[in-house]
Design a protein around this ligand. Structure first.
Ligand SMILES: [Zn+2]
Length: 407
């Protein structure tokens, strides 16, 4: 083993495949923030340091004026394209957004998980993981998956989790008035039982009840994930008096992960502002990207992150909530970081300055002065090529108030 240059040639030994030079590296989880170069070898991060010699790499990428982050980790996505109401294809979106790790939350239940594994998890260039839906039918239809408790087959779910241990990282249960129509809090009780049996986190979606947020809070534990934390629905985290729900605050302090999951119906600027003002800061900022949300006003994860910049959160806090924090919530702290030795998943962004109008799901506008624009996305040291995105499904029609031109 000799890494030194060959004296006779007078040249410098090539040690790296790719060197990304001159960028502002921002990896809050690893404590990296500044003008640093990133060296990649064999699909992994080999070194992060100032002024690495370009002659040591076969290829150099100039990132001057750009921000270099770990590949983004989106904790709330729907990527079971063609088999579910909500699913989109992740690779084309990843190539223009910097999202290299996609957690699909509950698109597949027990009956459709083998297909998810073969066609989505193994068929994508990006890294795809899943939370298994407690309902065996998953999200084939827009909602109602818990309206028939016969679909809550804990034994089958447990078997699937045993068969796919490194792919299924937790359990998903959507709890609102439509998903649980007529069955109340019982599906969440069953989801709690399942999560305890398999010792994995439970992600619970909230919206408009019944059930109530109090009923849901009773069944949440530290390490679980409460998604749609900025919902404007009546299960919102703010009481009628505008004060955050005390039990949620206590749970968050104990380790409950509050996740944004913007989506098409779950993000209110008003609620987000009130929560931030009262010291409740979401732990993770995720997109809930799907057939509808991708059309706007959510659009994609960088747009969602830009909304939080507009709300006054600083860039490192925002990036941390889309890299190391979601990776930790998934039990995969090896992802969402540029630490040497880890996989070379990274993204380059231009931080655009200007006057931008962002909208929540009610199309309420807020002005922002910064916007993150992805310029390059790499998975395992390989650039994701830009590719055309397929047409949306015939049923993917935005509600009237969200259509372009109506705002
Ligand atoms: Zn969702």
């Amino acid at each position: 083993m000799n890494d030194k240059p060959d004296d006779k040639s007078g040249g410098t030994a090539v040690r790296y495949d790719i060197l990304i030079t001159g960028g502002e590296v921002l990896d809050p989880g690893a404590g990296l923030n500044g003008r640093l170069d990133v060296a990649i070898k064999d699909g992994t991060i080999a070194e992060v340091a100032a002024n690495l010699d370009p002659a040591t790499a076969r290829e150099t990428i100039d990132a001057t004026g750009l921000i270099v982050t770990p590949g983004l980790v989106d904790l709330h996505t729907h990527v079971y394209w063609g088999a579910t109401y909500w699913g989109i294809e992740p690779d084309p979106v990843a190539a223009r957004t910097g999202v290299t790790t996609w957690l699909d939350v509950g698109s597949a239940g027990g009956y459709s998980f083998p297909g998810f594994r073969r066609w989505v998890a193994e068929g994508s260039q990006v890294r795809v993981f899943a939370l298994l839906n407690l309902s065996s039918i998953g999200l084939i239809a827009p909602t109602w998956e818990f309206a028939n408790l016969d679909y809550c087959d804990i034994g089958l779910a447990e078997e699937m989790i045993r068969l796919h241990p490194n792919l299924i990282l937790g359990i998903k249960a959507r709890i609102d008035r439509n998903t649980t129509r007529g069955t109340g809090i019982e599906p969440l009780r069953l989801a709690r039982q399942l999560a305890d049996r398999v010792a994995l986190p439970l992600m619970v979606h909230i919206g408009s009840g019944p059930p109530s947020l109090a009923d849901v809070a009773d069944l949440l534990r530290p390490g679980d994930i409460l998604t749609h934390c900025c919902t404007g629905g009546d299960m919102r985290l703010l009481g009628m008096d505008g004060v955050p729900h005390a039990e949620i605050r206590r749970l968050q302090e104990a380790g409950l992960v509050l996740d944004v999951g913007h989506g098409a119906g779950s993000f209110s600027f008003d609620v987000a502002e009130q929560l931030l003002a009262q010291g409740i800061v979401p732990d993770v900022i995720s997109s809930d990207i799907h057939q509808l949300a991708i059309q706007g006003p959510m659009f994609d994860l960088p747009t969602t992150l830009s909304k939080f910049l507009g709300l006054g959160m600083n860039l490192p806090d925002v990036i941390e909530r889309a890299t190391s924090r979601p990776a930790a919530a998934m039990g995969r702290p090896d992802l969402g970081t540029l630490r040497p030795g880890g996989v070379a998943d990274l993204a380059l962004f231009r931080l655009e300055e200007g006057e931008f109008t962002f909208r929540d799901v009610a199309m309420e506008p807020r002005q922002g002065s910064q916007r993150l624009a992805n310029t390059l996305t790499m998975v395992g040291g390989k650039r994701l090529p830009h590719q055309e995105e397929g047409p949306l499904q015939p049923w993917a029609r935005l509600p009237e108030h969200q259509r372009v031109g109506s705002a």
